[in-house]
Design a protein around this ligand. Sequence first.
Ligand SMILES: [Zn+2]
Length: 129
Amino acid sequence: MKRISPDPAGVSRRWRERYTTSDGQWPPLWRERKEVFERLLALGDAITADDVERIMGNETWTKHYCVECGKWHRELIQLGEEPDVESRTVTVCLECARKYADFILREMGVVYWDRALCALNPKEGDSIP
Ligand SMILES: [Zn+2]
């Protein structure tokens, strides 16, 4: 489990890794992708997520999908395996993660509360796990 957030300064490196050949060359047909890379690189470490989205024309390199609310967010909690082709990975936004935490705590609290009541005042029919 980890928190994930945009890494605008790392987008140019990941973009280059994705779209260059194994020897680091830009295929001739991907001239536009090289131009995107150069625009990203020109902003240096000061680049923001807003800059990346403006240059890319979309939010796919700055946001992730929350499986609970179905919206795209910049800040999320990643659960499970590191993302890969066949990984079992879930991402939820911070608001949905809080709802999960509240739900889990409430459910655990109910279990413990019931056990405590049964232990203090056992009645016929109570099942004490
Ligand atoms: Zn969500």
